[in-house]
Design a protein around this ligand. Sequence first.
Ligand SMILES: [Zn+2]
Length: 459
Amino acid sequence: MSLYDSLDQYIRQSRPRFEEWLGRLVEVPTVSMDPARRQDVRRGAEVAVEYLRELKADATLIETGGHPMVVGGWVRDPAWPTVTVYNHLDVQPAMEPEWTREPFMFAVDGDRYYGRGTTDDKGPALTALLAAHFAVERAVPLNIQLLWELEEEMGSPHFAEGLGRAALLCKPDSVVVSDTIWLAGGRPAAPYGLRGNLAARLTLETAKREAHSGLTGGVARNPLTELAAVVAACVDAKSGRVTIPGFYRSVKPPGKADRAQFLRSGFQVAAFAAAHQLTKLRVRDRAAVMRRLWAEPTFEVHGFVGGYTGPGVKTSIPPRAEAKVSMRLVPDQDPATLFALFRKHVRKLNPDVRVEADGMLRPYLADLGGPYAEALQKALRFGFGKDPVFIREGGSIGAVVTMAERWKAPVMFLGLSLPEHGYHAPNECFDWGQASGGMKAFVKYFEEVSRIPVKRRMA
Ligand SMILES: [Zn+2]
């Protein structure tokens, strides 16, 4: 009897459990960046441990300096390959006025599941869990470890520390991350690269209190004007080209294979602009848009703080100002090196400006070829009836780089979210089509990966 004979039936029978478990998890508001939700985040981790134990998996809660993380699974035979499945169970805040339902009340509407965290990332986590359970029950010769973080939405500040403490985790041969978005429904997409990030704050103080421009103007230094000049010397506002000396030195431009994948991706500029409600773009050429989003670095200003922001114009000179900026980085740019270049540049422009880093993440690039990419392709075709397109992500997932570097293992992406699911947006949802297809895809992926030969480590 083939492994897949009973899979459709298993998936059908799993639906009530999937819905009940997702509902219970969504109703725990695991908003990691909100200090008032600390107990809720812990409760979310405890519920996850309960689910794992109900499926007879090993499960523990790992304490870190921040929120805990959950590690569990079925590690049965050291001779088998081991895969680690990464998801996160913390969620974004849900304060947007556009919510039409209670964000932390689970609602089912036909095949759709509503609530904060349904698609990012609780639904995909439970999809992977139920698929892993099936694979284990049907004796697929693979050790499956589940790793559920609860600080992803705040940039994974204690992830590396947590991995160091997770005695139950053994070094996997490969990792699969389920936390990414397709370009469109019906068209599976598998990212193979992520941009990195470097955030920084520029601050300048030129007086102890605000001064009247009629009394001091012409002599008093204006920190807002000076910070604006610094920023203008870091990036060309029209083209977006970064003008920090040495910024592009280690950029690896996309190769022929990358560009071919991009063109095959089905990416549409108009749909992209509509999805993000962008009314004006820097470029409209399709290839250029994809290259800029996935394979080129950026410099953005997120906020200028300081001065008068009330109605009308108050003619005072502010005493201090702050600019919040960040740079998305691409392979092989190193955030620490770039921060040094940036600071040097700013010092030269204006030695009174204080430059402080506010988070760094390295970019990531997986192998486009090789057995794991092939397994992923087969899995997505099996689950959704269509070959996936391989794309890159403009965003960053800190945990990915940490896992790749710590374990020297390939990290693949089997994401299940769709653009209409409202990732990080109001009225977030997930759906049974993605969950059931996702279970099929994960089971196939586990079986394929169990057959990839691995170098056995000496004990
Ligand atoms: Zn996520």
